[in-house]
Design a protein around this ligand. Sequence first.
Ligand code: FMN
Length: 208
Amino acid sequence: MQTKPVQLIIAVSGASGALYGAHFLRSLCVLAQGSSSLIVSGAGLRVYCDELSSTVKTPDKYLEEVLKDIPIKDRKHSFTLHDASDIGAKPASGSAQYDGMAIVPCSMKTLASIAHGLTSNLIERAADVCLKERRRLVVVPRETPYNLNHLKNMTALTQAGGIVLPASPGFYQMPQTIDDLGRFIAGRLLSLFHIPHNLFRPWEGDSL
Ligand SMILES: Cc1cc2nc3c(=O)[nH]c(=O)nc-3n(C[C@H](O)[C@H](O)[C@H](O)COP(=O)(O)O)c2cc1C
């Protein structure tokens, strides 16, 4: 059982897989006591609109839409939005006591910046801070196929202490819907932040 409130930084960048970010935010909202910071890049908002047939124009409307089916009484978690260009916001500081950061989905551009210590926006700066403070940083990249730069950047990020959780849902769960795929990745992310969930059945072995 979760005993202490969770405080994460969640970033949504412009890789395909907007569904994964939406599922993670929804799951966190109903399962975890606490409050988190949310940063949505311009490309993240654009890809969300493209992939989920949305017309939202701003991150606050994005958040409203993502959480719209969750009644207020069922919400355990709150979110504070920060502009991706606001490099002076709370997630930019190592003295802010976050439990970690998830970037879901994570574009190869954002992953490359973090792997090389570039901090030109709040998402990249917050990730850099997580690494220097030895806090958990999980990125959910999506690209196919990978070029050598992608592979090297994922290696560098792992060597710096980050965790690469590829947007590669397992099919042994026999997913029936696209939302089942979203729940699988959201569940793997929650587990990495020690948040209990029942978004999919754990594999219990198939010994003959
Ligand atoms: C419809 C669409 C899909 C995209 N899919 C991906 C993707 O799967 N992976 C990726 O690394 N970039 C993808 N991109 C490109 C990124 O959005 C682009 O590199 C952007 O500059 C990333 O910016 P950000 O990391 O600040 O969000 C996509 C762009 C669009 C418009």
